[in-house]
Design a protein. Sequence first.
Length: 147
Amino acid sequence: MPLLPVSKANNRAALLADRHYSRQKPGTRQFMPPGETLVLLNPEATALFGWLKAKPELRADHQVGVQCTIFRNESPARSSHLILEAEQQALRRWGPTRAFTYVNPAKVISPNPGYCFKIAGWKHTATTKTGLHLLEKELRYELDPCR
């Protein structure tokens, strides 16, 4: 199931974003933070992934790399597979880099917050003062593309 680049103001993506717990202003067209973004949507508009590349000095958390700011999967595809596809697209766009995301354990049903990211190789590296889980992964080109 391919993830295709779309505008950060894509209507179909915005509707899916409206159902994500992190959505700050449901109903507005633009759902990504300011900065360089890569928004990915499957053709059925049932899976959405958003990357943000912002300068660390402009971030309150000073994190470095590309951030998954939104991931919503209502498709039959495995979430971990969609994450791996989104990683490949980030690699093509920005080259090897650190990827990170925050998961709010109070807002997800899973007893293992971020499980789909962990299955895709991400690691829980910290918990913020507000209780968010910081997950990260180094995105690198594979030496053996058949792996």
